[in-house]
Design a protein around this ligand. Structure first.
Ligand code: FMN
Length: 325
């Protein structure tokens, strides 16, 4: 069993943080598919420190969402310390995660996200200070390095472990790569062997074989699923089940996908209200039907012809008729 500080995981598939996606509704929906640990989307320490309401909303968790890590991004220990104090007073969570991987210019130009990877001594001092003041176990999410010329994932991981983090997830790309190219699992082969803490591998886990391959190469304790789970929640079940039993489960059917999509849509509507939920669903529902040839018209309909719940239902009904369900 994987232990992150005092937090025990009942599996080794974790849900990757995704800004704009991994809301409480998404995490609650994904959990029963076999998620051992979920992470919130990245939350600005300044936003929390200044008690910005929209930022504070990201701190919402529930009993269905346990264990859960809240992910902070920041560039300065003073803001982060204040944010942690507020989070510990007003949020229920199990793990504090530090974002050292975000490649977005708006974030890195402040010194936050993957910018930290460029200065290991500074990263060490910041992380050590956070580990000392946090009451919850601290984890970190990193990339291979800033660019091809400065891959330093081994040095960064050792510094983070020494600073006191209790687990590390590596997105196997550099900051410069953003989300392009392939995740390079070989770049962290041997890393597990020099760490005492759990290691998770992230990047391009879109199918069960990607998960198996990534663990075979890296010997990581577990995998983080991010984009691959959007519209394909059963992927988590397939990976979790395989790691626990060695058995492969068949892919989900269209009927399953309709059921999952309806359940997720209802959860989002309940938590965010119909207007906001429908806007977000336009970007997410098409993914539930992306593996099925001939369904392009339905994917487009979710994006273009859906402005309320009734129109969404009409599209689901259309899929059911087409599939003769
Ligand atoms: C839309 C989007 C938003 C993301 N937001 C975050 C974030 O807030 N924090 C973070 O650490 N990683 C974030 N990531 C990175 C993912 O957690 C993950 O490491 C990356 O997408 C690679 O995994 P995948 O190929 O399985 O998606 C984001 C990725 C995407 C696509």
């Amino acid at each position: 069993m994987i232990k992150i500080g005092n937090v025990e995981l009942n599996g080794n598939v974790i849900l990757g943080p995704m800004a704009g996606i991994t809301s409480l509704a998404y995490r609650e929906f994904m959990k029963p598919f076999g998620v051992a640990l979920s992470y919130s989307e990245m939350i600005s320490d300044c936003g929390i420190a200044y008690e910005n309401q929209k930022t504070l909303d990201y701190l919402k968790t529930s009993e269905l969402d346990v264990p859960v890590g809240l992910q902070l991004f920041g560039f300065d220990i003073k803001n982060s310390a204040k944010a942690i104090q507020i989070i510990e007073n007003c949020a229920k969570f199990d793990i504090l995660d530090l974002n050292f991987g975000c490649p977005v210019h708006k974030v890195t130009k402040t010194g936050a996200g993957s910018s930290w990877l460029r200065d290991i001594p500074k990263l060490f001092e910041y992380t050590k200070a956070i580990c000392e003041l946090s009451k919850k176990p601290v984890t970190a999410k990193i990339r291979l390095g800033w660019d091809d010329q400065s891959i330093n994932v081994f040095e960064v991981s050792e510094a983070l472990e020494k600073a006191g983090v209790k687990a590390i997830t590596v997105h196997c790309r550099t900051k410069e790569q953003g989300y392009s190219g392939k995740a390079d699992y070989h770049a962290i082969s041997g890393l597990k062997e020099i760490l005492q803490i759990p290691l998770f591998v992230s990047g391009d886990i879109f199918a069960l074989d990607d998960a198996i391959n990534s663990v075979n190469i890296t010997h990581a304790d577990g995998v983080m699923v991010a984009r691959g789970g959007v519209g394909n929640p059963f992927l988590i079940t397939q990976i979790d089940h395989y790691f626990k039993t060695g058995e492969r489960l068949p892919d989900s059917t269209v009927a399953d996908q309709i059921r999952y999509a309806r359940a997720y849509a209802q959860k989002l509507i309940d938590l965010k209200g119909e207007d906001i939920a429908i806007r977000e669903l336009k970007g997410i529902l098409p993914h539930f039907f992306s593996g099925f040839p001939g369904y392009k018209k339905f994917r487009l309909a979710f994006t273009i012809n859906m402005s309320n719940k009734n129109e969404m239902e009409a599209i689901f009904n259309g899929i059911e008729r087409e599939t003769k369900l």
